[in-house]
Design a protein around this ligand. Structure first.
Ligand code: NI
Length: 133
């Protein structure tokens, strides 16, 4: 059985590599390399797989997942500039792929090992990534 808690956060970023020239960054990342940053309304889906606890009828109390996402993800990244404000991206290009890996690692470290964890991160209405470790 898989259950999901959804959360949203807003953040700014710029896609570029410090070790690449302006020309190469522009060629690879285009508008996403705007030096003055741009923002997204991210949607995070946290999917947890496990057995239904016969005592509660839950796989996991989604209130626990809600609090976990708040403490580990939204308090950390909401209304932040990912490149400038967040140490996780000091040397990591904040693509949706890399943000998803960072979010997964943060959540996995706090989640009971009896659960499988998968996350989906929507960067726009049309673009999303999925990661399960
Ligand atoms: Ni972007």
């Amino acid at each position: 059985m898989r259950v999901c808690r959804r959360a949203t956060f807003n953040a700014a970023h710029r896609l570029f590599r410090k070790d690449w020239s302006d020309e190469k960054n522009n060629a690879v990342f285009g508008k996403c390399n705007n030096p003055n940053f741009h923002g997204h309304n991210y949607v995070l889906e946290v999917w947890i797989e496990g057995a239904i606890d016969p005592a509660t009828g839950y796989v996991i109390d989604l209130k626990i997942v809600k609090d976990l996402i708040k403490n580990e993800i939204t308090d950390r990244f909401d209304h932040k500039n990912l490149n400038l404000d967040c140490k996780e991206f000091l040397n990591l290009n904040p693509t949706a792929e890399n943000i998803a890996v960072v979010c997964w690692d943060l959540l996995r470290s706090k989640l009971d090992t009896k659960y499988e964890l998968s996350i989906k991160l929507w960067e726009t209405e049309n673009n999303l990534v999925e990661y399960n470790g």
